[in-house]
Design a binder for this molecule. Structure first.
Ligand code: ADP
Ligand code: MG
Length: 305
């Protein structure tokens, strides 16, 4: 039989629907994952096999084929472990295949069958709420997933308790949305001595939502003025906070689902290339050197203007 469960592929800040299909058919024993998996997805075979054996389950000595559909979309990341394991368990008849079709699953598996965090759960949760289906995710990321409105979330610590929850023999607690982080006090405009015109320009830009280009010799306080801007801007609106959190979620920096209303500020080095600033490829990544968030104020140093 063929068992199905839904998951997502992350393309930048977009989550695309992916269906994980698993067939267990008679034939020479093998376990293959097809549908353009990258290295991490290909390796998920080993993690799934180890997780199942940690629960005391052996793979059936049959031809096991897992297809990630659409097969022409490249699949990156470790979050396919959980949907692959669930599809396989449903195909083996361990869990109810019908029930699984109502969920989108994301999560990485450890060898001892724990479900460990993987980036992008917030995007998957938003996708699940658009598709009006539930979400199965790692327990550590339940708080993050709960931010997407109204989605039933199963946040499971390990595969065994997830199967028991689906069977109805154990009830996993409903996750609560993560806390809204108190804004950390940033640099204050009162630290800037003089520079009345620049301060006035900063206030006008903040009030009107304008862009700002600061030109001047090194050491005249351009970086200082720029770092004071988030302090005089209003807090992020809920929609903006969600958007910033989506970037953090897919980059894997959203800790315990805590959402911040503070405006992100980044101070990239003036010699950083365009690719270093905006990133390249399909996946959104934040460099470790920069603060969390998306580039908002890019200040240019005088000798580069
Ligand atoms: N008007 C000012 N008031 C207080 N400190 C200032 C002022 N202008 C410059 N500074 C200090 O001088 C140093 C260099 O300023 P910085 O903002 O890095 O200059 P720039 O980015 O224009 O090269 C920083 O430590 C900053 O705090
Ligand atoms: Mg500077």
């Amino acid at each position: 039989m063929v068992a199905l469960i839904r998951t997502v592929a992350y393309l930048g800040l977009e989550a695309r629907a992916v269906e994980v299909q698993c067939q267990v058919a008679p034939g020479l024993p093998r376990f293959a994952v097809v549908g353009l998996p990258d290295k991490a997805v290909g390796e998920s075979r080993e993690r799934v096999q180890a997780a199942l054996s940690a629960m005391g389950l052996a793979l059936p000595p049959k031809r096991i084929t897992v297809n990630l559909s659409p097969a022409d979309l490249p699949k990156e990341g470790s979050h396919y472990d959980l949907p692959i394991a669930l599809a396989l368990l449903a195909a083996m008849g361990v869990t109810d295949a019908e029930q699984l079709t109502e969920y989108i699953a994301v999560g990485e598996l450890a060898l001892d069958a724990r479900i460990v965090p993987s980036p992008g759960v917030l995007l998957a949760a938003i996708h699940a709420s658009e598709q009006e289906c539930g979400l199965i995710c790692p327990r550590a990321q339940g708080a993050e997933a709960k931010w997407a409105s109204e989605v039933p979330v199963i946040a499971a610590p390990d595969l065994a308790s997830l199967l028991n929850h689906l069977k109805g023999t154990q009830r996993l607690p409903d996750p609560k949305p993560g806390e809204i982080e108190a804004n950390a006090p940033g640099p204050d405009l009162k630290r800037v001595k003089g520079q009345e015109t620049a301060k006035r320009a900063l206030e006008i830009a903040a009030a009107g939502g304008h862009n700002l280009l600061m030109i001047g010799p090194p050491g005249t306080g351009k970086s200082l003025l720029a770092s004071c801007l988030p302090g005089i801007l209003p807090d992020l609106s809920p929609a903006e906070a969600l958007e910033v959190s989506m970037v953090q979620s897919v980059a894997g920096t959203l800790e315990e689902g805590r959402i911040s209303r503070a405006r992100p500020f980044r101070a990239p080095h003036h010699s950083a290339s365009m690719a270093a600033l905006t990133g390249g490829g399909l996946k959104v990544k934040l460099s470790k050197a920069s603060e969390n968030g998306i580039p908002r104020h890019i200040e240019r140093d005088s000798h580069f203007v």
